[in-house]
Design a protein around this ligand. Structure first.
Ligand code: NAP
Length: 280
């Protein structure tokens, strides 16, 4: 498949999700986030990922408006934070997020973490938001196979997306295969391992071979599998660099080589949802 910066993956109801988006976790509220969003839109990104807990929804909304690009052309994701989970509180949380974003709908609303005892009621609230068209698509984040099995056992509505940490160093193959088998689009967060593994000698060598940067190899490896990627940067040159991944392809042999780098190495530590019992 030949991807471009405007390539999308299909979600239920004809919703189109751009394969590359801008992440905004730890993107400082205020001008820093506004500027990053505007640069990304100027470069051609049409997808921004935020969350209530990032404290920058207002700036994401302002960045989109100031860019002059129409709201309908930008795919905006936000998420219900853990202490807002539950039926009524999730509905209220979405309303508050919309107000901060300055929009009357989100393209994708996610359950940020599978909070025990709360996630089921939260999912019911998201279904209502989807039925009311307040959220064009709904999904989950940090859900492992056990959480998805539980959700699908109690709901007929399949999450459109599961946003989880994926990079060459944490590949989650079983989860990706499971999601594909259920028609759930996989979205990779921390695809650059938050910058922590970009000096890995194997990644550096492969980057040299393709005349690309380590970040570009990591991102190309993600999207070449049809997985959505949302690298974060507040620097213009990196926002540009992270989008310059559509003029080359990693060959089959090297895709297979990267598969061997999987170490289940997460940036999350104690919260890692596969191994932690915090989310049981
Ligand atoms: N659902 C969840 O629980 C969850 C969890 C984590 C993240 N996310 C989402 O996923 C997005 C991406 O994940 P992330 O922010 O954790 O990590 P990431 O995108 O893997 O890495 C971001 C870090 O890498 C740096 N960077 C960006 N481009 C670079 C490049 N080309 N070369 C070198 N360094 C580069 C950034 O620095 P500068 O900004 O200084 O350039 C930042 O420190 C988040 O922003 C957020 O939207 C979701």
């Amino acid at each position: 498949m030949n991807y471009t910066l405007t390539s999308t993956v299909g979600l239920p109801g004809g919703v189109k999700m751009p394969i590359l988006g801008l992440g905004t976790f730890l993107s400082e509220p205020g001008p820093t986030t506004r500027q990053a969003v505007m640069w990304a839109l100027e470069v051609g990104y049409r997808h921004i990922d935020t969350a209530r807990i990032y404290d920058n929804e207002r700036d994401v909304g302002e960045g989109v408006r100031e860019s002059g690009i129409s709201r309908s052309e930008v795919f905006i994701t936000t998420k219900v934070w853990n202490d807002d989970q539950g039926y009524d509180s999730a509905l209220r949380a979405c309303e508050a997020s919309l107000k901060r974003l300055g929009t009357d709908y989100v393209d994708l609303y996610l359950i940020h973490w599978p909070v025990p005892q709360k996630r089921r009621e939260t999912w019911r609230a998201l279904i209502r938001l989807w039925e009311e068209k307040t959220a064009r698509a709904i999904g989950v984040s940090n859900f492992m196979i056990r959480h998805l099995d539980e959700l699908l056992g109690t709901s007929d509505v399949v999450p459109a997306v599961n946003q989880v940490e994926i990079s060459p160093f944490i590949q989650r193959k079983a989860l990706v295969d499971y999601c594909r088998s259920k028609g759930i689009v996989v979205e990779a967060y921390s695809p650059l391992s938050r910058g922590q593994r970009l000096k890995d000698p194997r990644l550096v060598a492969m980057a040299k071979k393709y005349g690309k940067t380590p970040a570009q190899i990591a991102l190309r490896w993600v999207i070449q599998q049809g997985i959505v990627a949302i690298p974060k940067s507040v620097h213009r040159e990196r926002i540009v660099e992270n989008a310059a991944i559509f003029d080359f392809a990693i060959d089959e042999k090297d895709m297979a080589e990267i598969t061997r780098w999987d170490e289940h190495c997460s940036v999350l530590e104690a919260w890692e949802p596969e191994t932690s019992n915090l989310w049981d």
